[in-house]
Design a protein around this ligand. Structure first.
Ligand SMILES: [Zn+2]
Length: 318
């Protein structure tokens, strides 16, 4: 039993190292791809809108000049710039050194090992490579190994590994850019609901659905109250969607525990950022997303029931 469990964990861990390497690419490229999409969308809207007439464009701009020639001219200028852009997605262009531009050769792209063998430097130009890349690979590897240990090489294990990978993504993308991509939030939400419907997550479908509703609704209410009281937006809509997804994965009864753990994760991350001096500007808003994603990973590894036991003060009737 233990031996086969160990083999499953080792195999899942190796897969996790490879997926972690891919996640580094996903985390770096997804925000750029999103931003490109937004630019194409914006220009596309300006190009396709007819001058004058009862178009949505005109209605949206009313009572300002309904078909502002300046916006149209800006779009005309932007089109050749956007069309000249080289393809950019998760596969293209091939990974290259951010310093010398040399493509990363496959034998220097082995998770963690290449970083250690090259002593954290580019094999071509000797520029320093951020230790974050091997750390992400290692953490993803460990999370996958844990899923393999706990659930074996089964569809259930794969589902939880997917949950872990998506949470790692959202954690890092929000930390870097303050965005939580809808695409990954919704993937997480749907997988949580489907997992509950299949009985794979140990959460009843009703608890998953209400967890999603209460996850979104509770943060939405806090957002609205904060906005009314202070005139400021305390968090983003991506945060509501991420807590909705976590509610679907862990069930409505653990929602409060997740939120409490996310504040603890926030204190830990905020403290470490203060220590390394990354938090020089007090005005820069720290997003809530990394804390939520971190809390999700804690619940994934420890199990939400144990997490709730760590927080007895929050559950006087428990
Ligand atoms: Zn280089």
């Amino acid at each position: 039993m233990l031996v086969s469990q160990g083999v499953d964990a080792a195999l899942a861990g190796v897969l996790g190292l490879l997926i972690g390497s891919f996640l580094n690419v996903v985390v770096y490229r997804t925000p750029v791809m999103m931003y490109r999409d937004w630019l194409f969308d914006a220009v596309g809207h300006l190009m396709t809108s007819p001058d004058g007439g009862p178009s949505l464009w005109a209605r949206a701009l009313a009572p300002a000049s309904p078909a502002d020639a300046r916006l149209r001219a800006a779009a005309d200028d932007a089109v050749p710039v956007l069309e000249a852009l080289p393809p950019f997605d998760l596969a293209r262009p091939a990974s290259r050194c951010g310093h010398c531009g040399q493509p990363v050769r496959w034998y220097r792209n082995v998770p963690v090992i290449s970083y250690l063998a090259l002593r954290g430097r580019c094999g071509d130009c000797n520029a320093r490579i951020s230790p974050r890349y091997p750390v992400v690979e290692l953490v993803t590897g460990l999370l996958f190994a844990w899923c393999g240990w706990r659930f074996g090489l089964t569809p259930v294990g794969a589902l939880w590994a997917a949950c872990a990978a998506l949470l790692v993504c959202q954690f890092l993308i929000d930390l870097d850019t303050q965005y939580l991509p809808d695409s990954y939030n919704y993937m997480l939400l749907w997988l949580g609901l489907i997992g509950a419907a299949l009985g794979w997550t140990g959460v009843s479908l009703a608890s998953a659905v209400w967890g999603a509703v209460a996850g979104y609704g509770s943060l939405w209410l806090i957002y609205q109250a904060y906005l009314r009281l202070t005139g400021k937006e305390g968090m983003g809509f991506g945060d509501f969607k991420l807590l909705a997804a976590l509610g679907a994965w862990f069930g409505v009864e653990f929602l409060l525990a997740i939120v409490l753990v996310s504040s603890l994760v926030g204190a830990v991350i905020g403290g470490s950022l203060l220590l390394v001096g990354k938090l020089a500007h007090k005005d820069v808003p720290i997003s809530f997303g990394p804390f939520l994603a971190g809390a999700g990973l804690v619940c994934l590894v420890a199990g939400p029931a144990r997490v709730q036991d760590w927080l007895p003060f929050a559950f006087p009737f428990h």
